[in-house]
Ligand binder design. Structure first.
Ligand SMILES: [Zn+2]
Length: 120
């Protein structure tokens, strides 16, 4: 499995051509709130192109916080998880996937997982 995160533009500019050259597909974990916000991040057009070429787009939260600091803040956690899901649905019509979530640094505490279960 090949995956990328944090929505960097260079993933689209450089990594995609290498993936295409060797016939690999990858999963791109995107931070919805960062898309199109600066030149170093992907645009929504980049996301659409990746998806059209068979790449998997998944959520990497709304603004990339440490989810473990939110274990007692259901509304904040809902924004990061549920808000990001809505963001991808509205901005990119991405709804068939989004069954995977990565947390910042790939680490999430059990208390946050339990809260996530009640949200999604
Ligand atoms: Zn990240």
């Amino acid at each position: 499995m090949i995956n990328f995160d944090d929505s960097f533009k260079n993933q689209f500019l450089y990594a995609k051509s290498i993936l295409d050259k060797y016939g690999f597909k990858a999963t791109f974990f995107e931070v919805c709130g960062w898309i199109g916000k600066s030149s170093e991040r992907k645009s929504w057009q980049d996301i659409a192109a990746l998806q059209q070429d068979g790449m998997d787009i998944e959520s990497h939260t709304m603004t990339h916080p440490n989810l473990n600091t939110m274990s007692s803040l259901p509304a904040a956690l809902d924004y990061q998880i549920g808000g990001a899901k809505q963001c991808f649905l509205i901005m990119a019509s991405i709804h068939q996937s989004l069954h995977i979530l990565t947390a910042k640094d790939g680490i999430i505490q059990q208390s946050s997982v339990l809260l996530l279960n009640s949200i999604v």
